[in-house]
Design a protein around this ligand. Structure first.
Ligand SMILES: Nc1ncnc2c1ncn2[C@@H]1O[C@H](COP(=O)(O)OP(=O)(O)OP(=O)(O)O)[C@@H](O)[C@H]1O
Ligand SMILES: O=P(O)(O)OC[C@H]1O[C@H](OP(=O)(O)OP(=O)(O)O)[C@H](O)[C@@H]1O
Length: 211
């Protein structure tokens, strides 16, 4: 039986809808009172694991899941050894640099050398500041990154932006967009190449409903 790693959080609802279009019902994961982390669809065609978004590529890389759904941002940050097969066209957001509205720095190249930048995306942030040749201290955080500049801990942040509401409500403005992200279907490379558990058929169906 094929196993699919599904991301908890922002991508879960659209991911479950996607698989329901293929006749795979994992809606039990939307029921908050259900604490199961592994379920099979009612037709016993596939099994789903409910994991943190950042951990989806880990389960796929280690072969515990043949397929998974994850944001492109996580692939850029973690660079897992997985096949990035389909742009699923939901979970749109972008990874951006932002500063307080009152900041004298209007673009990231203007930030002071050796200033601080708070982020959950430490590798992407480092890649960006390396690319503009600006030495900064990246302060690693796990969430609520916008508090970095609010509390005075950092001059800037690198974080995901979707509607822009979180930035606005915390008095921050975007200065640079590093890249755009959307949800992706990923696969264990060898399982995909060898077509284990007939995964190619499922991938083809997913592609056909996505174009
Ligand atoms: N505001 C947003 N709008 C649209 N997509 C988003 C938004 N925030 C994140 N995403 C996408 O959804 C994915 C999962 O985000 P989510 O916030 O659920 O997980 P997370 O930040 O890793 O949280 P946690 O630390 O709780 O696991 C991100 O990697 C990104 O691709
Ligand atoms: O532009 P918006 O639509 O307001 O969305 C952006 C917010 O969404 C994400 O946060 P999340 O909800 O994952 O919380 P986090 O602070 O724990 O990362 C991201 O880190 C921003 O804070």
């Amino acid at each position: 039986m094929i196993t699919i790693a599904l991301p908890k959080g922002a991508l879960l609802k659209d991911t479950i809808e996607l698989f329901s279009n293929l006749g795979l019902d994992f809606s039990a994961f939307l029921d908050k009172s259900n604490r199961q982390l592994q379920i099979s669809d009612p037709t016993n065609t596939a099994r789903a694991l409910l994991v943190r978004a950042q951990d989806v590529p880990v389960y796929v890389e280690y072969g515990q899941a043949q397929l998974g759904v994850v944001g492109y941002d996580v692939l850029r940050e973690k660079k897992p050894d997985v096949a990035n097969l389909v742009d699923l066209k939901f979970g749109y957001c972008r990874l951006s640099v932002a500063v307080p509205k009152s900041s004298p720095y209007k673009r990231s190249v203007e930030l002071p050398p050796h200033g601080r930048v708070a982020s959950k995306f430490v590798n992407c942030a480092k890649d960006h500041f390396d690319s503009i040749d600006l030495p900064v201290e990246i302060v690693p955080l796990s969430g609520s990154v916008e508090l970095g500049p609010i509390t005075g801990m950092s001059e800037a942040i690198v974080d995901l932006v979707s509607t822009g509401k979180t930035l606005k409500e915390n008095g921050l403005i975007e200065t640079d967009i590093l890249y755009e992200s959307s949800a992706r279907l990923i696969a264990h490379p060898l399982s995909y190449r060898l077509n284990r558990d007939n995964i190619n058929e499922l991938v083809a169906k997913l592609k056909s409903i996505n174009y």
